[in-house]
Ligand binder design. Structure first.
Ligand SMILES: [Mg+2]
Length: 259
């Protein structure tokens, strides 16, 4: 399907609920889904109404926020301990007593971070950025003649940790992360397995990475893509919503019908 051919999840709210075979477990993306896309990512925080709705829903069903952001940052920005948080596109899941598979890679990330810092300590402008389950070497601020030194150092550290780590290239940055086939879809299914039976996933997101989750949960629940209603892009979601304001309205309505 394509986004522009999907039914709107608010206009067809009863159809969404009818399509859920069990009590919903709610999974939501953060940027562009719970919060509007803003010029600077630091400015993206959920509205007081959004927080109130999420808190209210969390008393009735599992509510998980799955984002590309760091988990600690999500927890701080939303500030609701009753929610489940999964950062780094689902690699870093905060479910007490249940370490997610990527946790096994943490020692390798620690060692890679230490090695990168040692190799780059004398190079002006080189930046080593640690996230929970990844470490990145940036050369944006390094004089161009020496940029290759950062790239080479990161490549050497990657070689030291093959095959445990893999590299994700970015703009003047190389990020090392667990070599694990694991996206938001894996995270959603992993969480569902641990939330106990009798939950049907309801997954809302606007990102390309959310499509992975829509595909993963398709046989068990419902995906709702947050996108412009005229967007012709392909999607594995079953319904759509136009923007974060409509997401909030949908969640408010969900809170009224799920007791
Ligand atoms: Mg998003």
């Amino acid at each position: 399907m394509t986004v522009d051919t999907l039914p709107d999840a608010l206009d067809h709210f009863d159809a969404v609920m009818d399509a859920l075979a069990a009590k919903p477990a709610l999974f939501v993306d953060y940027d562009g889904t719970l919060t509007p896309i803003v010029a600077h990512p630091d400015l993206a925080i959920p509205s007081p109404q959004a927080k109130q709705v999420l808190s209210s829903l969390a008393r009735r069903m599992p509510v998980a926020v799955i984002s590309g952001r760091d988990r600690a940052e999500l927890e701080r920005r939303i500030g609701l301990p009753e929610l489940i948080y999964a950062g780094c596109h689902g690699l870093d899941i905060g479910l007490p007593g249940a370490p997610a598979p990527a946790e096994a890679f943490r020692p390798a990330i620690d060692a890679a971070e230490a090695s990168l810092r040692a190799r780059l300590s004398g190079l002006q402008g080189a930046l080593v950025e640690r996230k929970a389950l990844s470490v990145a070497a940036h050369w944006r601020q390094v004089e161009p003649a020496r940029a290759a030194e950062v790239r080479d150092a990161a490549a050497q550290v990657l070689a030291e940790h093959a095959p445990n780590l893999t590299a994700i290239p970015g703009k003047m940055v190389l990020e090392l992360r667990p070599a694990l086939d694991w996206g938001k879809g894996h995270a959603a299914l992993w969480l569902l397995d641990r939330l106990g039976a009798d939950h049907a996933p309801l997954f809302l997101g606007d990102d390309v990475t959310d499509e992975d989750a829509f595909r993963a949960i398709a046989s068990r629940g419902i995906g709702i893509v947050v996108a412009d209603p005229t967007d012709p892009r392909p999607t594995a979601a079953s319904f759509r919503l136009p923007d974060p304001a409509a997401v909030l309205a949908f969640l408010e309505r969900l809170g009224l019908v799920v007791g």
